[in-house]
Design a protein around this ligand. Sequence first.
Ligand code: SF4
Ligand code: SF4
Length: 271
Amino acid sequence: MRQKTENIYLCQVNETLSCGACCGLYNLPDPSFHVLTRILARRAALFADLPRDMESILEFGEKEKGLMGRLPMAEFHHCPYLGLIGPEKNRVGCLLHPLGDGNRGVDYRGLSHYGSMTCQMYFCPTHGRIPSYLKILLCNIIEDWHVFGLIVPETDLLAAIDKQIRARVSIININIEKTLERKNRRLWQNMLTLKCDWPYREADRPWANYFFNDVLYAKPSVDYGKTGQTSSRYDKLFRELHSVFNSPAALTRAETFMDRLFDDLAGTIGV
Ligand code: SF4
Ligand code: SF4
């Protein structure tokens, strides 16, 4: 899908792990795993039999757009050429990529909304801003493409996680194999899947994260009005998780949860 610019490439990781978040994957009315899987599988099956000519490909895209319904973020393009790829069709990817089944090395991405150059060159901020240890953990801890693509483009959330870890332990000489030991995996899983499981999240928050420079859909500040506090030591994290707290006790519970989880995670850092 995209070319490698550094040693940890997050767009396509392995046979089951990949991401399509910047192609608007989650910007659909129902971006749940089951619905997305159904849509992406159907596209892949239809595209497999599609003649590789401009008219057919553009018509395919228009038909798919007509099926999408109202996008939660109107300005965030959902690319109709996202589909399931790979021998087992068990990860998300670009149906127009030159390595895609049936494309015979031809790059059809020029027919997409962004065009071939952008599709090839774009890398989300996580590639450049997030330290390697966290990217390695993401690639080794997350088990499916749906969860992976939800967390990977959350650069500010990942940076806030990194900040909390560094406040507790030095990661200069991190031994990543030790950190990835079996007994530690569950703790990291809890942290890196928090976006999906966070009990204090705003009920109707969008799943897609709009991380482009024009900041059209910034996450709102946390409203501490019902907590008796004006902020929290985890304010940045809570904001990135779209948190809402309806009582002082709810905020205390959330902070205590974070205290414990980060203290435990700091203990997993191998040196
Ligand atoms: S959001 Fe980032 S990791 Fe995901 S496909 Fe785009 S550039 Fe790759
Ligand atoms: S054509 Fe571009 S935007 Fe569409 S899925 Fe492929 S890489 Fe993403």
